[in-house]
Design a protein around this ligand. Structure first.
Ligand code: KIV
Ligand code: ZN
Length: 515
């Protein structure tokens, strides 16, 4: 069977989802999990876009052992130089150059002629080749480009040294038949195409990203790009876990293999959902909560008689296991450390101590602490570690009862060490709490979305709150967990504010990048 390479862009295209702002420790955690998942390439970011992105790409490049680490760059020398600085420590560095080829992009966005687009692409691939052995070139908006022009430019960038050609459906406009035809045309009309890997990259605006990717594979694509849980700008990207399982389950139709470790899917999906604050819908294929649930009597009956009547994928195949009961009040530091290692999460001594302390507090509330609880707690630690100058919640009280006006009193420490206190009322307890915090924060805050989930079941389950907020007009996600729902809610609110502060500190500031 021939091999399809998997190119993950969760940390670059995925991070372009509104509100998602991962700090560099969170990105590193995801990168390590992607390596365990077995992706062939991971796109770690866009180093020229910000100091924060540069640092994250560099940290990932310096850490990852087996997976090729790539970074996005415009077809300009300075982007290529910056990408090289970030990636030169990688075991397998690669660069991803892109330039638009569709008439609408060339005329209105780039203000370049087709000839100029060819010339710039060829020159910049040659320039990148002086530093990188592995150079991917993408024809942005390929699916709306003229096929003859595409064939011409692709032949030239391959001659200039490109090793991967990517044909994105940038705006999620194409259909499976049309996208498949484009790959076939390029295979048939570019004489040197067999010297390179041919890649597909689909957006999901019409809900066809995975179907389009599969059509590309049927027609000669040897690399599939996408993100975990399908996150990404607008409606997102092709969902890699769906592509992976479709290739496996329908290997009769798609005779290809990947290097993916399928039973790492659930863990990878959970990690990305937790750290980005982007929840997976219950009916999402492969990783949704209901993906393996059979409700109707006829289905349940069929499954009991023979699981294959209605179940085409087993939960175990994608790493879905029932929540194992695990540590409790009497578990020691050694057992706890063992569990952390089992999760593959690396903690400094200080972080481990912090995690153990939080775990002990949790066992006071919860008799049975599950894997999910521990994992949630470890992700909290990772998020906290990266926030140096931040607002800290010192204490709060909420007075609430039927017939009373909910009132909150909150004390926080500001990033400059000042102690702040205020009280406000609201129509409900969460509103009172949020209005009070808002009155203490210098930034202009507006709540867009608020969600509360329980981690596992039971009355003593951990609460996990997610907020999406506008902070000074910018959309930010935040998350917080605690045994108490109000505490989890307060943590989520401050987490979004702190992410904003970190992003706008000198370390994280993003330039507005145009091409
Ligand atoms: O969708 C797209 O065209 C992209 C390019 C940068 C490859 O993400
Ligand atoms: Zn994209």
């Amino acid at each position: 069977m021939s091999r399809i390479k998997i190119f993950d862009t969760t940390l670059r295209d995925g991070e372009q989802s509104p509100g998602v702002n991962l700090n560099h420790l969170e990105k590193l955690e995801i990168a390590k999990q992607l390596e365990r998942f077995g992706v062939d390439r991971m796109e770690a970011g866009f180093p020229a876009s910000s100091k924060g992105d540069f640092n994250a790409v560099k940290a990932i490049a310096d850490t990852i052992e087996t997976t090729s680490v790539t970074a996005l760059a415009r077809t300009v020398k300075s982007d290529i130089d910056i990408a090289w600085e970030a990636l030169k420590g990688a075991k397998k560095p690669a660069i991803h150059l892109f330039l638009a080829t569709s008439p609408i992009h060339m005329e209105f966005k780039l203000r370049k002629t087709a000839e100029e687009v060819i010339q710039t692409s060829v020159e910049m691939v040659r320039y990148a080749k002086e530093k990188f052995d592995d150079v991917q070139w993408s024809a942005e908006d390929a699916s709306r480009s003229d096929l003859e022009f595409l064939a011409e430019i692709i032949e030239k960038v391959i001659d200039a040294g490109a090793t991967v050609i990517n044909l994105p459906d940038t705006v999620g406009y194409t259909t499976p038949a049309e996208y498949g035809h484009m790959f076939k045309y390029i295979k048939d009309n570019v004489p040197n195409i067999d010297q390179v890997a041919l890649s597909c990259h689909c957006h999901n605006d019409l809900g066809m990203a995975v179907a389009n990717s599969m059509a590309a594979v049927e027609n000669g694509a040897t690399q599939v790009e996408g993100t975990i849980n399908g996150i990404g700008e607008r409606a997102g990207n092709a969902s890699l876990e769906e592509v992976a399982v479709a290739l496996k389950i329908r290997s009769d139709f798609y005779p290809y293999e990947t290097g993916l470790v399928l039973d790492e899917i659930k863990r990878t999906s959970d990690l990305v959902a937790k750290l980005t604050g982007m929840h997976v819908q219950a009916n999402k294929a492969i990783v949704g909560r209901n993906a393996f649930a059979h409700e109707s009597g006829i289905h349940q009956d069929g499954v009991l008689k023979n699981v294959e009547t209605y179940e085409i994928i087993t939960p175990e195949m994608v790493g879905v296991h029932t929540n194992t009961l695990f540590l409790g009040k009497h578990s020691g530091r050694h057992a706890f450390k063992g569990k952390v290692e089992e999760f593959g999460v690396q903690l400094s001594d200080e972080e481990l101590q912090d995690a153990f302390n939080r775990f002990k507090v949790l066992t006071d509330y919860k008799k049975e602490v599950t894997d999910d609880d521990i994992y949630t707690l470890l992700m909290e630690i990772k998020t906290d570690s990266a926030q140096i100058e931040k607002y800290q919640l010192d204490s709060f009280q909420v007075y609430y009862g039927t017939g009373n006006t909910p009132t909150a009193v909150v004390k926080v420490t500001s990033p400059d060490g000042g102690h702040l206190e205020a009280a406000q009322t609201g129509r409900g307890s969460v509103e009172a709490l949020y209005k009070t915090i808002e009155s203490l924060i210098a930034e202009e805050l507006n709540l867009i979305d608020y969600q509360l989930n329980s981690v596992g079941g039971g009355k003593d389950a951990l609460a996990e709150a997610y907020v999406q907020m506008s902070v000074n007009g910018e959309v930010m996600n935040g998350r917080g967990s605690h045994q108490d729902v109000l505490m989890a809610s307060a943590n989520a609110y401050l987490n979004a504010v702190n992410r904003y502060i970190l992003k706008h500190s000198t370390a994280g500031k993003k330039e507005k990048v145009v091409q």
